[in-house]
Design a binder for this molecule. Structure first.
Ligand code: DUC
Ligand code: ZN
Ligand code: ZN
Length: 488
């Protein structure tokens, strides 16, 4: 009788910090041995000439989620997770969004109900907190954290989601006390409204003007404020979808100072630019996202900040709204840009783009690719005990990448429900041709082999900020404030 369910042999195996050639053996959904010639197995995959990498973890995507104005994303947990899997991912962490007045327990029940019957890969949720009442802060959030939801997202803009500075401090204090991470959409609300109002009033309502309506300074001001507020109480934060070098520099400086600050960017800020929004009719709406696309110089700056480690997280921010009345054009056939749903699809292209333009073109190492695909995210978001590396004992979540495959990106070949991709026509080198989730081959020969609902909820651990010393503001530090032990 064979010892293992599956052995992958002959490939180059890589984690965030090591690369080796050898066998990876799997039993009961876990990696149980790594070595040379491990012997017999029920199934053997020959990965000669290929890269055997941890399955990607997509930690910023909007799936089967209503926006603050009630618009449902165009992907549900089936199409979203299938598209993620075809792009080399074995785990997603979408958002469970609280709208004002909702109890968090109801929100989580709703999203568990959406994901469980449909997701083909494993999943967790980040909670979007828009209504931090006392009950939410002191009962519901601690309960959610104890159930493995160890990160929240807050918004510094959007009227129906925005939290003010004092609410941010309240949320940071709870996150710090219970070991959670707060993700922040950092843009200055007033600057966006001020610019949008003037642009529209003066006749500049076409989609491309969306790029002007979210000034760079709106991002850097908000990042600066978020870092100041979080550092005041020494709480860990992650600034999501950073689009400017100015914003990245604030994150880099905070990290240099030992603050508990992480940064994320997304493919759209590396591969697309605002000039591409200058399209006839409403087609520029396809590229409306927030923060918006910037210019070509910004693309290079964001690449550099990814290379130098300022951004530890690289996510798609897949926010799928079809180019029709169910999505981008839900407010009418020719809406002014403030009424266009914000977001781009990218869950399937995130990793192929980075593999091709980052690793194959020599901008990042293979190990850095793995760190950005899965390793960093697993550590930052508390998934490291089960996912994020090819290590004995961890889930057998593996993507086998063929560096010899060259593909032209075409929306019709992707598996989301979008019918367009911002990356149409690009040529990428390398593709995840075999994807394995907890030992089961779920993608092979361009075919999906996973069943609806095969994915499982993964409770996440509390946040580990080892190596990020931080410090309380002197006014909160009993050694420096006349000995006052303030309850945060
Ligand atoms: N923020 C996101 O994180 N995604 C889409 C739109 C937005 O504003
Ligand atoms: Zn956001
Ligand atoms: Zn997002």
């Amino acid at each position: 009788m064979s010892n293992f369910d599956l052995v992958i042999r002959g490939g180059t195996v890589a984690n965030s910090a090591e690369t080796f050639t050898g066998y990876v053996a799997i039993r009961d959904g876990r990696i149980v041995a790594i070595g040379n010639d491990l012997g017999d197995a029920k199934q053997v995959i020959d990965a000669t000439g290929k890269y055997v990498l941890p399955g990607g973890i997509e930690a910023h995507c909007h799936i089967e989620q209503e926006s603050s104005s009630g618009l449902m994303t165009s992907d549900d947990y089936y199409s979203g997770s299938v598209s993620a899997a075809f792009g080399g991912n074995t785990c997603i962490v979408p958002f469970a969004a609280q709208h004002r007045g909702q109890r968090l327990s109801d929100v989580l029940e709703l999203y568990h109900g959406r994901a469980a019957p449909k997701s083909v890969i494993d999943y967790s949720f980040h909670l979007i907190v828009s209504d931090p009442t006392d009950e939410v802060l002191h009962e519901e959030l601690p309960k959610a954290i104890s159930e493995g939801i160890t990160s929240f997202k807050i918004y510094m803009t959007y009227d129906r989601l925005i939290v003010d500075d004092s609410q941010m401090l309240d949320i940071f204090a709870v996150a710090k006390k219970h070991g959670a991470l707060t993700m922040i959409h950092a843009e200055n609300n007033a600057m966006i409204k001020w610019m949008s109002g003037r642009l529209v009033d003066q006749g500049h309502g076409a989609p491309k003007y969306h790029a002007l309506s979210h000034p760079r300074t709106a991002e850097s001001e908000a990042i600066n404020r978020a870092v100041a507020l979080a550092s005041f109480v020494d709480a860990p934060i992650l600034i999501v979808h950073v689009s400017t070098e100015a914003g990245a520099r604030i994150i880099a400086k905070a990290r240099y100072d030992g603050r508990k600050v992480f940064g994320e960017t997304c493919p759209q800020y590396m591969f697309l630019n605002a000039e591409q929004m200058d399209l006839p009719g409403m087609h520029g709406a396809k590229l409306c996202c927030s923060p918006p696309l910037r210019d070509r110089a910004s693309q290079e700056e964001i690449w550099r900040c990814l290379q130098n480690g300022t951004f530890q997280v690289y996510s798609s921010d897949h926010a799928p709204y079809r180019f029709d009345e169910t999505g981008k054009l839900n407010a009418g056939p020719e809406p002014e840009f403030p009424k266009i749903a914000n977001g781009l699809p990218g869950i399937e292209m995130r990793l192929p783009l980075l593999f091709s333009e980052g690793f194959i073109k020599g901008r990042i190492t293979l190990n850095h690719f793995v760190a950005l695909a899965a390793g960093n995210v697993s550590k930052i978001y508390g998934l490291d005990h089960v996912k994020g590396s090819i290590t004995e004992g961890k889930d057998a979540d593996i993507a086998i990448w063929d560096p010899d495959v060259t593909r032209e990106v075409r929306a019709e070949d992707l598996h989301d429900n979008m019918a367009y991709t911002p990356y149409e026509g690009m040529t990428v080198t390398g593709w995840p041709t075999t994807v394995i989730q907890r030992g089961d081959v779920i993608i092979e020969n361009k075919e999906l082999q996973a069943k609806r609902g095969a994915g499982e909820f993964v409770p996440r651990r509390t946040i580990d900020c080892t190596g990020m010393p931080g410090r309380l503001a002197p006014e909160l530090d009993p050694a420096k404030n006349f000995g006052v032990e303030l309850e945060l």
